[in-house]
Design a protein around this ligand. Structure first.
Ligand SMILES: O=C(O)CCC(=O)C(=O)O
Ligand SMILES: [Fe+2]
Length: 360
């Protein structure tokens, strides 16, 4: 039996034995975060500072040690990630490999990646080391994706930590699938809601040839709905990405290409639905792959970076016609914010009027 090829503690090529490790039909048996306290009081009791990157998308939390969450806090965090799309943490020095795996397992079974190099002692940890896997033409500015969407049980959450960061460059960008859906015209929403698409891991065959690495286990293809309901929030999101989605089912090849190109285009180009994160050593990002897309920015050469990722397998993707939307859920919050701003403006105007009356 061929043995693994190991470089710096990273398995860069699988043995046959490891190749059989990957059972990627492992679905989550419960929806982590579903039914958590909507106010997330237990989690926010430990938060010292909250920074929302945009009103609806991306939040950085300070005061949380990811190795010290109670059960209730970890459920509330799962719900917050589903709502905010991506949540960032700084200084998670305590999140070593074992803790990283432990955190992922709280939310579901862990995925074993078919190609990306694994940690020698734990195949569920993948190592993104730009010296081992330098950014290539397969991993450049059109690398927007949702993690392992080709699996029957694609990722719910991904937990990524960077241990080595470049002196400059190397940010990651996320795009909000809820808002991309909400932004479509009613007619186009209805059209997309009836469609499914084939997601494929064929890119890893190409990369195998390119890198000389062997893949782990079976390379899956899966058919998923183009509009997906997030099981935690109940909101609809676009679920098609340029890296793994190959074909829209039931339309002609040129129609399929036009639809996929349009969806890829809005994921990459609608800046108002994106957030960008600058990593520091031991920063962690956790995102919900069911309703977001992301891409690394390969702009950091000659520096390098090294990240560690654990990927949680989710449920079988589904579309529920009765599900809600982020836009609808936001109406009340948005109106309350507007009312508060208007009240503040009125008070300011009254105060000014009083001052001018006194000085007149
Ligand atoms: O390189 C990056 O910044 C993102 C890597 C990525 O896609 C992932 O960890 O899922
Ligand atoms: Fe990714």
């Amino acid at each position: 039996m061929a043995s693994n090829v190991v470089e710096n503690g990273i398995i860069v090529s699988a043995s046959e034995q490891d190749a059989t490790l990957a059972d990627r039909n492992t679905f989550a048996t419960r929806v982590a975060g579903k039914g958590a306290d909507p106010e997330k009081k237990a989690l926010f009791a430990s938060v010292t500072k909250r920074i929302d990157y945009t009103p609806k998308f991306g939040t950085e939390l300070h005061g949380i040690n990811l190795t010290k969450l109670t059960e209730q806090q970890s459920e509330e965090l799962a719900a917050l990630i589903a709502e905010r799309g991506v949540v960032f943490f700084r200084d998670q020095d305590d999140l070593n490999n074992d803790e990283h795996v432990k955190l992922g397992r709280r939310w579901g079974p862990l995925h074993i990646h078919p190609l990306v190099p694994h940690n020698q002692n734990n195949p569920e940890i993948i190592v993104l080391d730009s010296r081992v896997s330098p950014p290539t033409r397969f991993n450049t500015n059109d690398s927007w994706h949702s993690d392992v969407s080709f699996e029957p049980a694609p990722a719910s959450f991904s937990i990524l930590k960077f241990e080595d960061i470049p002196e400059s460059g190397g940010d990651t960008i996320w795009s909000n699938g809820y808002e991309l859906y909400d932004d479509l015209s009613p007619a186009f929403k209805t059209f997309l809601e009836g469609l499914t698409a084939i997601h494929s891991s064929d890119i890893f065959k190409t990369l195998t040839a390119f890198t000389g690495r062997k893949t782990f286990g079976k390379l899956n293809d899966s058919e998923h709905p183009v509009v997906r309901t997030n099981p935690v929030t109940g909101w609809k999101s676009i679920y098609s990405n340029p890296v793994f989605t190959r074909e829209i089912v039931g339309v002609t090849p040129s129609e399929s290409k036009a639809i996929l190109d349009y969806l890829a285009d809005i994921v990459a180009k609608k800046l108002q639905y994106q957030v960008r994160f600058s990593w520091q050593k031991n920063s962690v990002a956790i995102w919900d792959n069911r309703s977001t897309f992301h891409t690394g920015v390969p702009d950091f050469r000659p520096y390098h970076r090294r990240g560690i990722r654990v990927t949680v397998s989710g449920e079988k993707p589904y579309f529920d016609a009765n599900s809600g939307s982020q836009a609808k859920a936001w109406e009340a919050t948005s109106n309350a914010i507007i009312a508060k701003q208007e009240a503040a403006e009125r008070l300011k105007a009254e105060a000014q009027a009083n001052t001018s009356a006194k000085t007149a």
